[in-house]
Design a binder for this molecule. Structure first.
Ligand code: ATP
Length: 372
């Protein structure tokens, strides 16, 4: 089922103004900083939040149509849209099989053999033998499995997943992710997945949309959006530094503060605007005073503004520069680095990707949130 939405939604001073197309059977990951409007968008699609103007159609069937002369909005229960969040929200007094059967009856009426189908669904999510347990007798991961079975057993036209792995430990999250990949591909369910986790994007998503301040900031494949980011948020999520600059020679880009970076990639023509991206983990720390100096390509000398926790180590943020390094904590300890230390950072050109600045929208900035 294809989703086609053009939405303006107001929440206090905040305005979501976004168009979204999701192909039949496609899994779209919706990313964006806190407060960018992801939950607002899901709420509007689910029929839980009013739309100021716009329309939502699933396979041509209008769920919402609001304009100057018309206000039509199907209630949430009539939309055939499933919603699964961080919490499984199972009925505590019903057993696992009764919870799933409830979803089936709600969608298909009482004539179907909901109990038999629910048992099959529980087997499909790896919960054979747990049919008679109530939610309080199941782990968080098992409860989420029941919730996935309940959501998919209803055969929704559209499934909305709002960070379904966020409250699980790493192991349970990983097995739920694998389960979702299998079940979504075998059922061909059109899905919008809100996540802050790059692993979800890589494992589950066919396409990625990023939101920023209520607007679509980028739309593309995971390898485009995360591999060649056009905004600081996506770069941060992918663990990349992203700098804007102008091409000054073959593979050479002048960026802020007179720095020049050498790299490879599309090699846009001399004089054109370009993005430069390189992994934070590829940035090495050298002794201050030793070569290279700030005038040398791919190097920065500066004062450490902050040390922050990062996946697998420590993030070094230089004062006044947009470049950050992520290094093993042993390096920080060995060099006795701290706020105020002077360091030289360097990135080898082989890790630096250069690509055109036009084509996909967005703006670069050092994103404070980080991906971890
Ligand atoms: N009930 C509300 N009343 C007024 N404003 C709200 C309400 N709920 C959310 N907002 C505002 O709407 C904006 C978008 O919030 P939303 O929850 O959609 O963002 P989000 O991208 O899902 O964020 P997060 O990643 O933190 O969940 C925020 O600026 C928020 O302050």
């Amino acid at each position: 089922m294809t989703l086609s939405a053009e939405l303006v939604v107001r929440r206090g001073d905040f305005v979501l103004d976004a168009n979204l197309e999701v192909g039949a059977g496609e899994v779209l990951a919706l990313l964006g900083p806190n407060g960018s409007g992801k939950s607002t968008l899901l709420g509007a699609l689910a029929g839980l939040l009013p739309v100021a103007t716009g329309s939502i159609r699933v396979n041509g069937r209008p769920l919402t149509r609001v304009s100057a002369g018309e206000r039509m909005s199907l209630p949430a229960h009539a939309r055939r849209v499933g919603l699964l969040g961080q919490e499984s929200l199972l009925f505590p007094h019903l057993t696992a099989v009764q919870n799933v059967a409830f979803g089936i009856r709600a969608a298909h009426g009482s004539r179907v053999d909901a109990g038999r189908r629910a048992e099959r669904w529980l087997a499909d999510v790896g919960l054979s033998g747990f049919e008679g347990r109530r939610p309080a007798e199941l782990s968080g991961g098992q409860q989420q499995r029941v919730a996935i079975a309940r959501a998919l057993a209803a055969e929704p036209d559209l499934l909305l997943l709002d960070e379904p792995m966020a409250s699980l430990d790493v192991e349970a999250a990983s097995s739920i992710r694998t389960l979702l990949r299998e079940r979504l591909s075998s059922t061909g369910t059109t899905t919008v997945l809100v996540t802050h986790d790059v692993v979800d994007v890589i494992v589950l998503a066919d396409r990625v949309v990023t939101l920023d301040s209520g607007r679509v900031a980028d739309d593309g494949s995971a390898s485009d959006v995360l591999g060649r980011p056009v905004n600081g948020f996506a770069a941060s999520l992918a663990g990349l530094n992203l700098l804007a600059g102008r091409v000054t020679g073959r593979g050479l880009v002048a960026v802020a503060h007179g720095h020049v970076l050498a790299g490879s990639g599309d090699l846009p023509p001399v004089g054109s605007e370009a993005w430069v991206a390189f992994p934070r983990s590829a940035v090495t720390v050298r002794e201050p005073g030793a070569e290279p100096t700030p005038a040398v390509e791919n190097s920065w000398v500066g004062t450490v503004a902050a040390l922050e926790p990062a996946a697998g180590g420590i993030r070094i943020v230089l004062a006044g520069d947009e470049v950050v390094a992520e290094v093993p904590s042993s390096q920080v300890l060995a060099r006795q680095l701290g706020s105020g230390s002077v360091v030289s950072l360097h990135v080898d050109p082989e890790f630096v990707t250069v690509y055109r600045r036009h084509g996909r929208g967005g703006h670069a900035s050092h994103w404070e949130g980080g991906s971890d």
